[in-house]
Write a protein that binds this ligand. Sequence first.
Ligand code: ADP
Ligand code: MG
Length: 274
Amino acid sequence: MSAPDQVAGDPTRPVLQVVGLRKSYDGRHYALDGVDLDVYAGEVVAVLGPSGSGKSTLVRCIDQLESIEGGAMYLDGELLGYEKHRDHIRPLTDADIARQRRRMSMVFQQFNLFPHWTVLRNITEAPIKVHGVPPAEARARAMELLGRVGLADKARAHPRQLSGGQQQRVAIARAVATQPRILLFDEPTSSLDPELVDEVLQVMKSLAESGMTMIVVTHELEFARDVADRCIFMADGVVIEDRPSADFFSDPRSTRLQGFLKRATENRAREVEA
Ligand SMILES: Nc1ncnc2c1ncn2[C@@H]1O[C@H](COP(=O)(O)OP(=O)(O)O)[C@@H](O)[C@H]1O
Ligand SMILES: [Mg+2]
């Protein structure tokens, strides 16, 4: 484990480190019960597991949308959410937490675009207002990103005029526009009609190929196998397996993961037949 005061940009140090993370919503049951996870620059890590296993809680804790009960997280070696003060640890101020959160982006299942803003403004707002990017530069960058997600002609449209798949691609462009150190996805295709899933996965794949560091909570097993470098399997708030993607699927070690993959494959076969 590296100290929080190490210099940034060290390739041997993970972009994100999660150490012994614990989270409880009610003080009795732990939604996360000691999670360790290292993510290195350019890595894509898929998070799989049954419903209720703690996948959303994990990415929400990393993005500091939730308080934590134990453990620690580091972004580029910097302790998240807390600081050392004399001989103890104290919570950071809201302003310092906001500063740390600017260095990551999250893509949610429900897009969360602002309905009254154009696509362009949805993408440029944070770079201009939060990151201090000059408006002309932010707009040029947004147009380039819209081109990359295949929506250059939708800059002036409003979210309601777009399909779910198009809205999610805008949400991804918005997440990338702030040049985050890491991009977090929480089931980005789960609310989409089946025929719109692939266009979003394609955009995520091209982002992965461009070297973006990503954590992707997903049920899309093919995407996890083909695009992710590593897959982690969670159950009951703990990481049961953390393996290179090929091994994860071809040689699952735990009976829980074996059962999960078997059921997922059977469900998939049933869908294809239907
Ligand atoms: N806001 C919340 N309040 C109380 N319990 C929650 C909340 N969010 C999640 N939980 C509980 O935490 C556990 C993990 O949930 P979650 O992280 O949403 O799992 P997953 O994303 O893998 O389906 C579950 O037992 C769930 O019921
Ligand atoms: Mg979830």
